[in-house]
Design a protein around this ligand. Structure first.
Ligand code: HEC
Length: 150
């Protein structure tokens, strides 16, 4: 019985690993967190990009793993855009907060595309991976153009 309960809790923890969000001591910590999430996500995105551009041989498992990391990390940066966290170290434009609905829509669009990218990676269809990579990259660019300083 004890085992069954422990197993049930473990299953819940695995199914909803992001239901408890990180807490931030201050604005600097929030900025570091979101930039860190973006940086790691960007590295794995570039890794798939190299395959898409033909700079790296296609390896199904490796693309699948990159896509899974991206799908998970794509959920993280948003709650770290806490109020009053446009610190000097941050490249976020004030519009992140003044046009919060538009920013949120962009974040949701990107997350939806990363789910599709992950599915394409699991399918092993390189043409589908390329198409999905392009669609995801569009969502990165659209948001950066509007909400990130150069
Ligand atoms: C909805 C908006 C939005 C989307 C979508 C988005 N980003 Fe960003 N990104 C930002 C903002 C805003 C910053 C600046 C954060 C800061 O400096 O506080 C940023 C920063 C970054 C950085 C720099 C981090 C650093 O250390 O300064 C990288 C890398 C990055 N994004 C990669 C990506 C990739 C790759 C995607 C798509 C897969 C993506 N972003 C999608 C808004 C977005």
């Amino acid at each position: 019985m004890k085992f069954a309960i422990a197993t049930a809790f473990a299953a819940v923890a695995i199914a909803a690993p992001l239901s408890s969000y990180a807490q931030f001591q201050n604005a600097d910590a929030a900025v570091k967190y979101r930039q860190g999430a973006f940086t790691v996500m960007g590295a794995h995105f570039a890794s798939i990009g190299a395959v898409v551009k033909g700079e790296k041989p296609y390896d199904k498992l490796s693309v699948e793993q990159d896509a899974a990391v991206i799908e998970t990390l794509a959920k993280l940066p948003w709650h770290a855009f806490t109020p009053n966290s446009a610190t000097p170290a941050s490249k976020a434009k004030p519009e992140v907060w003044s046009e919060a609905d538009k920013f949120k829509a962009g974040a949701e669009k990107m997350q939806a595309e990363t789910v599709k990218l992950s599915a394409a990676a699991r399918s092993g269809d390189l043409a589908a991976i390329k198409a999905s990579f392009g669609a995801t990259a569009q969502t990165c660019k659209a948001c950066h153009d509007n909400f990130r300083n150069k």
